[in-house]
Design a protein around this ligand. Structure first.
Ligand SMILES: C[S@@+](CC[C@H](N)C(=O)[O-])C[C@H]1O[C@@H](n2cnc3c(N)ncnc32)[C@H](O)[C@@H]1O
Length: 306
């Protein structure tokens, strides 16, 4: 982002004391508004983020976006984020027994995702991120997880679920979080189409663009000897040294063989996919564009069978 460019904007729903807002502000966003129904949470949020102009102490079920927009005045919002309450989906609650059964099933908070989507449908942000516990995926046989995605798709979003380990993202917690991420379908550059998995191509690439003859490998840091993260286990050292070396030799052989057969090969480290997915996307797009130009000029080798 250029320094003089206006910051992209976001709204934080179910903002609590502002964990999500903190992440968004660190990522360069400006928070237009935040909403929570809990007075204490709002007090803490205001202390944490005195620069956020509109912090609403409101129940989202009775505070529609049409009302919010009258106050904040902004129709355009780049991203809506929010973590609706997770108690209704928590597996901890299921396990302790005290809250299982009808109390859990009838927990009205399970339906608050609708208010989140109501805001998405109104503002039509470029993207949204909804955060919850992993239990949302399995609760009621996956009904809620499916509903959120289906309803967002019907509103014109490409949607996917993504589980994240908080600790891997630099948060000192062992918790895992389930994200549901949507990007508006007309936004280009965030999606790559045309790939297939499990294709019978030498070396078993993770993603294959058969038409373009581009093979993408996502190499696990440990097994493929990533210079930043791979380490040889202390036990059975000789076995592991030989094993990891032979994996690396095979990777080189696969890359060479495919390239000789006219394929473009993209190798991505597992850690890059987790930390900078947009960079990985750009690399794949770059390979596809190059291949597209080669094929136009007739220099792409499409004759060699594989
Ligand atoms: C999981 S917490 C959100 C945590 C927050 N994302 C953060 O990073 O700190 C859920 C929040 O939803 C709020 N909440 C629950 N029901 C609500 C409602 N009907 N309207 C608005 N906020 C609500 C709770 O007060 C709680 O702060």
């Amino acid at each position: 982002m250029r320094h003089d460019a206006p910051k992209p904007t976001c709204i934080d729903l179910f903002c609590g004391c502002g964990g999500f807002t903190l992440g968004m502000e660190r990522a360069g966003f400006s928070t237009l508004a935040a909403v929570d129904s809990n007075q204490e949470a709002i007090t803490v949020f205001r202390r944490n983020f005195p620069g956020v102009a509109h912090v609403f102490h409101k129940d989202l079920t009775s505070f529609p976006p049409t009302e919010m927009v009258k106050i904040i005045g902004a129709q355009e919002v780049d991203v809506i984020v929010g973590g609706p309450p997770c108690q209704g989906f928590s597996t901890v609650r299921q396990r302790d027994g005290s809250n299982s059964g009808p109390r859990m099933v009838q927990d009205k908070r399970r339906h608050l995702y609708r208010d989140f989507l109501r805001y998405v449908g109104f503002f039509k942000p470029k993207a949204f991120v909804m955060e919850n516990v992993l239990g949302i995926k399995s609760a009621a046989g996956g009904k809620f997880f499916t509903k959120v995605q289906k309803e967002a798709r019907a509103m014109g979003y490409r949607v996917h679920g993504q589980a994240e380990r908080a600790a891997k993202l630099g948060v000192p917690q062992k918790r895992q979080r389930q994200l549901i991420i949507g990007t508006r379908s007309d936004i280009t550059g965030y999606h790559i189409n045309g790939w297939r998995r499990h294709q019978p191509v030498f070396g078993k690439p993770d993603f294959v663009f058969r038409e373009a003859r581009v093979a993408v490998f996502v190499d696990g840091c440990f097994w493929h000897g990533c210079p930043a993260h791979s380490c040889t286990p202390a036990n059975n050292r000789q076995f592991w040294t030989e094993k990891l070396e032979s994996n690396k030799t095979r990777d080189r052989l696969v890359t060479r063989t495919l390239r000789r057969a006219g394929w473009r090969v993209v190798r991505i480290w597992e850690h890059d996919l987790a930390r900078r997915p947009e960079w990985c996307t750009r690399r794949i797009q770059g390979a596809l564009e190059l291949r597209g130009r080669e094929l136009k000029k007739g220099t792409g080798n499409r004759q060699v069978p594989f």
